[in-house]
Design a protein around this ligand. Structure first.
Ligand code: 5GP
Length: 119
């Protein structure tokens, strides 16, 4: 089922406008805002808004297919709003992968040359 029991995070406060953020895109399902500590000239965080939120992608179920599809479907539009035609999508999924906020989020990173493979 949906993980409505997940503890809230700072991203819920951003959704609720309890703390300010630089919003790039918003609709009923998702919110995209600029990362407060960018790793590139463009660094946008894209999150699901609702209480069916996922803490980590590895906990996704079939119940989350709509919201996951919605996030992926909006990435290109959000990147275009940010003036990007090349970018990297990152999900840090779990503490050892440097996930620090346990509300599923996609990093949209661009605006400079990005090396591959990453560190
Ligand atoms: P993670 O390491 O969990 O994948 O990424 C969390 C991201 O959220 C980090 O890049 C961090 O800079 C960003 N972040 C954390 N707190 C805030 C905040 O209050 N506002 C904004 N705009 N970004 C935040």
């Amino acid at each position: 089922g949906l993980r409505d029991d997940a503890p809230s995070t700072i991203f819920d406060k951003i959704i609720a406008r309890e703390i300010p953020s630089d919003v790039v895109y918003e609709d009923d399902v998702c919110l995209a805002f600029k990362d407060i500590n960018p790793v590139a000239p463009a660094h946008i965080i894209l999150i699901p808004k609702h209480r069916d939120r996922l803490t980590q992608l590895q906990f996704a179920t079939d119940d989350h297919v709509f919201v996951l599809g919605h996030l992926m479907a909006k990435v290109g539009h959000i990147a275009k709003l940010a003036g990007l035609d090349s970018y990297r999508l990152v999900v840090n999924d779990g503490a050892q992968a440097c996930q620090s906020v346990f509300h599923l989020h996609l990093h949209i990173i661009g605006g400079r040359d990005l090396s591959w493979p990453p560190g």
